[in-house]
Structure formats: structure tokens, C-alpha cells
Design a protein around this ligand. Structure first.
Ligand SMILES: [Zn+2]
Ligand SMILES: [Zn+2]
Length: 159
């Protein structure tokens, strides 16, 4: 994934989810509050910060989200919960899980590089409402989206 963003990837020690992000009635976590917590933990030399959690995520207006990101911002978070085959009553499939995680991570990081959803199904920035969408869309940025990411990477490194 780092190659797609022309960036070095570094893994940090995990931070606890903010207790206020937990919504007991839904047994889910509000991703926006997690992003806010993450923003207080961005290393000085980091261009972007991607959080990965096992917990099921949501926002007030949607029953679930695979992830959330600040468009043009620093932080993005993705959830493994609904990327696992077990969530759909199927047998675990680690290679598929990692492929889905890679796509979702690239998608959410794409938002942090200023990208919105792309009309092309071939593009990783195509919107995903279900895990089938995650599986059927492309695994990389289309040429147009790749250009935006590349230009924003250069800009942010300069500034
Ligand atoms: Zn999106
Ligand atoms: Zn695209």
C-alpha cells in the first residue's frame, strides 16, 4: 500500500478507543470520535495516520461504516468487523480479509489526500455500501485519482 501512496509505512503502538465513542444501544463505536482522538496522537513526522480497529464502526446517520476519514485531513480509521467473512456466517478467509483491509485503507487514505468518491468501478475510490462493493471495485486508484494523490503528496511534503 505504501508504494501506491509513495510513502513509508510505520506501525505505531495501539491507542485505546475513547470511551465516549462507544454507543451501547448500538454496540458500535462512533468513528468520528475515534478520528478526533487519533488527531491528538499524530507523530510530528507523519503525513497521515491510519487507525485499524476490530470494533464495528458507525456514524449517527448510517447503520455502519467500513471506515471514515477527514477529506483532505490527516486521520483515517478502518474497521475489520464487517470485512471478516465470519461476520456473514462464513468461514474465516485471511487472504480475503487482508485484501479487503488493503482496499479500505487505501480508500480512506485517498479521502485524506482530498479525493471524493469516484464514478469508476475500476477505482478504489468507488463508493462501497456493502462488502460486495468492496470486493468488486478496483484495488487501486484510477489514473485521475492517482494524479490527485500524487500532487497532494508533493504539496504536503513541501508545506
Ligand atoms: Zn469513501
Ligand atoms: Zn478514481
Amino acid at each position: 500500500m505504501g508504494d501506491r501512496l509513495m510513502a513509508t509505512v510505520r506501525t505505531l503502538t495501539s491507542i485505546p478507543l475513547p470511551p465516549e465513542s462507544f454507543e451501547a444501544r448500538r454496540n458500535q463505536y462512533y468513528s468520528t470520535m475515534i478520528l478526533k482522538e487519533m488527531l491528538g496522537n499524530v507523530p510530528r513526522d507523519a503525513l497521515k495516520l491510519l487507525g485499524v480497529t476490530d470494533k464495528d464502526l458507525c456514524i449517527p446517520i448510517l447503520t455502519y461504516v467500513f471506515g471514515e476519514a477527514q477529506v483532505g485531513g490527516t486521520a483515517a480509521v478502518v474497521s475489520l468487523a464487517r470485512l471478516r467473512q465470519e461476520h456473514y456466517g462464513l468461514s474465516p478467509d485471511r487472504p480475503l480479509l487482508l485484501e479487503r483491509l488493503r482496499k479500505e485503507s487505501l480508500h480512506e487514505l485517498g479521502h485524506t489526500f482530498g479525493l471524493f468518491h469516484c464514478p469508476s468501478r475500476e477505482c478504489v475510490m468507488y463508493i462501497s455500501n456493502t462488502v460486495v462493493d468492496v470486493d468488486t471495485r478496483g484495488r487501486d486508484f484510477c489514473p485521475g485519482c492517482q494524479t490527485v494523490v500524487a500532487s497532494n503528496t508533493v504539496t504536503e511534503r513541501r508545506g
